[in-house]
Design a protein around this ligand. Structure first.
Ligand code: KIV
Ligand code: ZN
Length: 385
């Protein structure tokens, strides 16, 4: 079974979400929870961005012991020096250097030729390698880069000492079939690829980040980068919990696993939502409030008879205690009876039918019926002669 490395960038790319600004204490709390979750690498920030960021990365690097800690650096000495200053105290100093490789970025942003980009990538990896044992190199906007050039940059970076080659879909543009082909191409055409791990880093602009990350694994990626709850620049990064739970649930298909403790997912998601102020949509896969909520009568009846009729993941898997039967106008008699028993009521068939009728009338007027509403209906019927 292949083990996929999980690289969490909630504290770097995730913190780049509009409106999010975490202080050092909050970052430390998140880093410790990511460690409990079992991520392999925590990208704690961008040390050259500000003294505050450098300090946060340093504190995380000096605290976290069971996950590797890394920091981002552009391909220049000043950024790499700042990263070393922040990370030298970590158990296994690791850096993440990047430069853009796509024609659009080369022409408009960097104003550099292909040769200059390769030269800069090699220089920065070699410079980083003087201190860091593990050097990850990212080809920013890789998925819009000419394939042969991408392979050339990757090969040169590995020769210079890079241990991970990251292939970001920086603008969330790629499709699953294309990204699988990119990873297959690199696996087959980069001469020294066996000396490095290929990594995927997908953004969600077209809502394809999870599908793309899984397709990259099919193509040969050994590491997935993303964030918890999928927070990040613009539409966000891939949601790591979705990738991990998909690999677990469809293990028959992917034949790959992660080292994550899946039952820490919900706690991690809640903490990050609370500290970033980014609310998780109720219908979000895996961690949304409705992810295990069954409202329609047919579904509720099915789940009560046999959970797997409508549930492919259990709430317990991600650290939740039980699934939720949401009582509303679509709920059936079976769910109503079960809910009544859960609330401690044992009514005669006649009283139960009566209570069910009152419940349905109320449900026509009110979207969600709370336990308090049910309690009052049931108590009322119980005391009636
Ligand atoms: O999306 C991206 O290209 C990035 C790189 C800096 C890795 O976040
Ligand atoms: Zn990114």
């Amino acid at each position: 079974m292949q083990k996929i490395e999980i690289f969490d960038t909630t504290l770097r790319d995730g913190e780049q979400s509009a409106g999010v600004n975490l202080n050092t204490i909050e970052k430390l709390e998140i880093a410790k929870q990511l460690e409990r979750l079992g991520v392999d690498v925590i990208e704690a920030g961008f040390p050259a961005a500000s003294p505050g960021d450098l300090d946060a990365v340093k504190q995380i690097a000096n605290t976290v012991k069971n996950s590797s800690v890394t920091g981002l650096a552009r391909s220049n000495k000043k950024d790499i020096d700042a990263a070393w200053e922040a990370l030298k105290g970590s158990e296994e100093p690791r850096i993440h250097v990047f430069i853009a490789t796509s024609p659009i970025h080369r022409e408009y942003k960097l104003k550099m030729s292909k040769e200059e980009v390769v030269e800069r990538a090699v220089e920065s990896v070699k410079y980083a390698k003087q201190n860091f044992a593990k050097v990850q190199f990212s080809a920013e906007d890789a998925c819009r880069t000419e394939l042969d050039f991408l392979a050339r940059v990757a090969e040169a970076a590995i020769d210079a000492g890079a241990t991970v080659i990251n292939i970001p879909d920086t603008v969330g543009y790629i499709t699953p079939r294309e990204i699988k082909e990119i990873f297959q191409y690199l696996t087959q055409n980069v001469r020294n690829i066996d000396k490095a791990i290929l990594s995927t880093h997908c953004h969600d602009d077209l809502g394809m980040a999870t599908a793309n990350s899984l397709a990259a694994i099919e193509g040969g990626a050994g590491q997935v980068e993303g964030t918890i709850n999928g927070i990040g620049e613009r539409a966000g990064n891939v949601a790591l919990e979705e990738v991990a739970v998909a690999l677990y649930t469809r293990n028959d298909f992917y034949k790959a696993t992660t080292g994550l403790k899946l039952n820490e997912i919900k706690r991690t998601s809640n903490l990050i939502s609370k500290l970033t102020g980014m609310i998780v949509p109720a219908n979000k896969a895996v961690v949304g409030d409705n992810a295990f909520a069954h409202e329609s009568g047919i579904h509720q009846d099915g789940v009560l008879k046999e959970k797997t009729t409508y549930e492919i993941i259990t709430p317990e898997l991600i650290g939740l205690n039980a699934n939720k039967l949401v009582m509303g106008k679509h709920s059936g008699r079976h769910a109503f009876k079960s809910k009544a028993a859960e609330l401690g009521f044992e009514l005669t068939e006649e009283k139960l039918n009566d209570a069910f009728k009152t419940f349905k009338e109320l449900a026509d007027r009110k979207k969600e019926i709370t336990d308090e509403d049910l309690f009052s209906i049931l108590a009322d019927k119980q005391t009636q002669a």
